[in-house]
Ligand binder design. Structure first.
Ligand code: ARG
Length: 451
């Protein structure tokens, strides 16, 4: 009888393969079994299906689960194939399972059921990554490093301050995923094809059995809506974009020789024996491209779809599950790479002072002594070409003084002490002086760590 049911519904012509989602539906095999069980229990509780039949269906579903997705004979999709398998096991009564529902509300429920797990796995990965960033930041709260703008040396900072900047981004990524989760976590089941059903279904009950936090009430909305896929894909793409920046930084730092990845996170060359390449980070950067593509692709697929169900929707979800998995994995790998990397403190400290990176501190000092900031900026800017990497604070201070004589017509040291100028030219002192809230001074970082 099963074959007859399938034969009636499923085109046997050249479009058969094209129509079928059975292979991709492996991702929602478990979800569909859960949805079937909840629906059958509700049907029995409501007196829509006899409880003896319901229990036969439930046993058949156990058998289908034990046999696995791979044992399903071909069908247009997993929903139809499971129904066919149930009918094959217990006869025509198996067909009562599909009372008061459609594949449209069924698949929408399966997608949400599966996506909840993917989103929670991604959330867990972001939390673990944030812990790794915080621990590494604590260990390097005083480790100097160069801070860049435009990838040019800008002002010295610390590794702790730098890493916490990404913890901030990842905390918002976590919140975005959890926000998406709240909207995913609603049951469309019982909406039927889109137009409801004359049976006395209890939609709140199936929602409860499946662990949803309520229903998508309007039956047409329930069957049609996939905005939750776009929202999830966008939240994942935003997370992947955060990670791509971190990955890019570490690739640059490896290139500069100030960070060395642990061997477990590096790769070598098949021809150049000396190579140690940051491939894990390059793949992380690459995943962000795919994730942005997924978000764009999802929105493009949904754009302009009329109500209610259209078969285009069959192509919307499988790739979101895949990107969720890729982004989760990239999050775990990026966190591991950061936590196990060797931050070369001497090389970082040297690099921190390069490119006259303490210049802003001298201008700030002069402005604090009463000079208009713009005049102070002009003095230090005119000294900049003369200041060289390797100048000690005394040498650099003398060069700034010379510039000041040109601009002001008098020595700088009439206004600020030589010691104070030399102090702000030292990268460690420079960092320590920037103790505004959220700044890089070790006390400010310590405060951020305990906040
Ligand atoms: N496999 C379909 C999907 O994933 C669900 C089937 C609904 N099909 C239909 N022709 N109404 O969207």
């Amino acid at each position: 009888p099963g074959t007859a049911v399938r034969g009636d519904r499923f085109s046997s012509g050249p479009a058969r393969e094209f129509l079928s989602s059975l292979a991709a539906d492996a991702a929602i095999f478990e979800a569909d079994l859960a949805v079937d069980r909840a629906h059958v229990v509700m049907l029995a509780e409501q007196g829509i299906v006899d409880s003896a039949v319901a229990s036969e269906i439930l046993s058949a579903l156990d058998g289908v689960e034990a046999a696995g997705h791979g044992a399903l004979s071909d069908g247009e999709d997993v929903h139809e194939a499971i129904e066919t398998a149930v009918i094959d096991r217990i006869g025509p009564d198996g067909g009562r399972m599909h009372t008061a529902r459609s594949r449209n509300d069924e698949v929408a429920t399966c997608i949400r059921y599966r996506l909840r797990e993917d989103l929670l796995a991604a959330v867990e990965a972001t939390v673990t990554a944030r812990e790794a960033l915080v621990e590494t930041a604590e260990a390097h709260a005083e480790t100097l490093m160069p801070g860049y703008t435009h990838l040019q040396p800008a002002q010295p900072t610390t590794v702790g301050h730098y890493l916490l900047s990404y913890e901030g981004g990842l905390s918002r990524d976590t919140a975005r995923l959890l926000d998406a989760y709240d909207r995913v976590n609603r049951s469309p089941l019982g909406g039927a094809a889109f137009a409801g059903t004359p049976f006395d279904v209890d939609r709140d009950r199936t929602a409860e059995l499946l662990g949803f936090d309520g229903t998508v009430r309007n039956s047409m909305d329930a069957a049609s809506a996939r905005d939750f896929l776009a929202e999830s894909a966008t939240a994942l793409a935003t997370l992947a974009t955060t990670l791509s920046g971190l990955a890019e930084d570490l690739i640059v730092f490896s290139n500069k020789g100030v960070v060395e990845l642990a061997d477990a996170y590096a790769s070598t060359s098949s021809i150049m024996p000396q190579k140690k390449n940051p491939d894990t980070l390059e793949l992380t950067r690459g995943v962000a491209g795919d994730a942005v593509g997924e978000a764009t692709g999802t929105l493009s697929l949904l754009k302009g779809l009329p109500r209610a169900y259209n078969r285009d929707l069959q192509r919307a979800h499988a790739s979101v599950f895949e990107i969720a998995d890729d982004v989760r994995e990239a999050t775990e790998i990026a966190a591991g790479a950061v936590a196990t990397a060797d931050w070369d403190e001497d090389a970082l400290a040297t690099a921190a002072g390069e490119g006259f990176s303490t210049a802003t501190g001298v201008a700030d000092l002069l402005a604090m002594a009463g000079l208009p900031f713009r005049t102070a900026h002009e003095i230090v800017a005119s000294a900049a070409p003369a200041v060289e990497d390797g100048d000690d604070p005394a040498t650099a201070a003398a060069k700034v003084d010379e510039a000041a004589r040109g601009v002001l017509g008098e020595s700088l040291f009439e206004r600020v002490s030589r010691e104070a100028v030399e102090r702000v030219l030292d990268p460690t002192e420079s960092v320590a002086s920037r103790d505004s809230a959220g700044g890089p001074a070790p006390e400010a970082v310590a405060e951020e760590l305990t906040a």
